[in-house]
Design a protein around this ligand. Structure first.
Ligand code: GDP
Ligand code: MN
Length: 361
């Protein structure tokens, strides 16, 4: 998972890599009043996980006085299609020179590879294509806790003194954070020393639990509850609550709702082998979203047993009408449980969706 620049910079700073002074501001929050303490000149940087933000208009200069207005402007933007939900306000650095530094997992040598280039900044990919020799590379065993001096010399030449410490600190970040990429582009020199002006850190998805990183950032309470149950759950803004099992069936249900002119309020994939308790939680969760007029349960029994599903629906006892399409294992038992209790049942998905769209209109 790619971290935001501000998150990566917080980590870099903890490892002793100098980063510009700055403050994070979320959309809807006021811009702090004491921005002059950050610096006389500022840059406002959209925190979006896309490359080339600068070129796409995601980085704007400002003074402490006009920062609130510039922040407003930046929050209105989409950077390469991504809405701006957070901004990093930083002191503007007086840059002497921009360098490039990164550590990544090199697939061919199956080892970490450190890259350094004197031509840093925004066009490193182009520079690497045009003059490959401008990018220096060294492979370092992942077992080493420090980058060996000879490797630093190969990488940095006569700039070992200036950049050696930063390379070693980034190496520590890379190893300890289970990164697959740790990049500083540009790494800049100023009158006040070396700074990481930008930061990109991608943590191996397989290490997110160990690193204590939650994948979804701005979860609603309902989304958080869904996550705790292991449901795949997404909130939308229509009127029909949707429960399915398996991503394919659930998405097909959504498509069909759309086709018949309805709008889903949310959808929840209970996953494989859902039992009575899981179904109960799922129905209550979906029903709890404001605006849900009707709930459509579209489940195929395999390992999941339709009688378990039926008991779960019954136990949930929600206020909205729950429309049900059940097929597969123990289908007859499931239907018998719900029969005559006010749960409209349908033999096909098509009929079920049509009825739900009508009820949700
Ligand atoms: P990116 O476009 O997403 O890679 O964003 P960066 O943070 O790397 O910024 C792009 C470019 O903007 C950098 O290469 C710098 O030239 C410039 N830039 C970013 N921060 C500063 C700053 O504090 N001072 C100055 N002078 N330039 C900056
Ligand atoms: Mn950059």
């Amino acid at each position: 998972m790619r971290l935001l620049e501000c998150e990566a910079k917080e980590i870099y700073a903890r490892y002793g890599i100098p980063v510009p002074k700055g403050v994070r501001v979320k959309a809807g929050e006021p811009v702090p009043a004491d921005l002059a303490t950050i610096g006389p000149e500022l840059v406002l940087k959209a925190q979006v996980e896309v490359g080339g933000r600068g070129k796409a208009g995601g980085i704007l200069p400002a003074t402490p006085a006009d920062a609130p207005r510039v922040a407003e402007e930046l929050f209105q933007k989409e950077i390469r299609g991504v809405p701006v939900r957070e901004i990093l306000i930083e002191e503007r650095l007086l840059i002497r020179h921009e360098f490039y530094l990164s550590i990544l997992v090199d697939r061919s040598s199956r080892q970490p590879l450190i890259l350094f280039a004197e031509a840093g900044g925004v066009d490193i990919e182009q520079a690497a294509r045009e003059t490959p020799e401008a990018v220096r590379r060294v492979t370092v065993s992942p077992l080493l806790s420090e980058v060996p001096p000879f490797a630093l010399r190969d990488l940095l030449g006569d700039m070992v003194k200036e950049f050696g410490p930063v390379v070693n600190r980034l190496w520590k970040v890379f190893r300890e954070k289970d990164a697959i990429l740790a990049e500083v582009n540009p790494l800049v020199t100023t009158d006040r020393g070396v700074f990481a002006a930008d930061a990109k850190l991608i943590v191996d998805d397989n290490a997110l639990t160990r690193q204590g990183i939650t994948v979804n950032r701005d979860l609603s309470p309902r989304e958080r509850e869904a996550e705790s149950h292991g449901f795949s759950y997404v909130e939308l803004d229509g009127t029909i609550g949707v429960i399915g099992n398996g991503a394919g069936l659930t998405m097909a249900t959504l498509d069909l709702i759309q086709f018949y002119g309805g709008r889903a309020a949310n959808f929840l994939d209970v996953g494989g082998g859902a039992d009575k308790e899981r179904v109960k939680h799922a129905v209550r969760l979906v029903a709890g979203r404001p605006g849900v007029k009707v709930i459509l349960v579209n489940l195929l029994g395999g390992i999941t047993r339709c009688d378990d599903v039926a008991r779960g629906i019954l136990d949930a006892g929600v206020a909205q009408t729950v429309m049900v399409r059940l097929a597969g294992t123990n289908e007859a038992e499931g239907k018998a449980i719900l029969d005559g209790r006010g749960y409209p049942m349908f033999a096909t998905m098509d009929e079920a969706v049509k009825a739900a769209v009508e009820a949700g209109a």
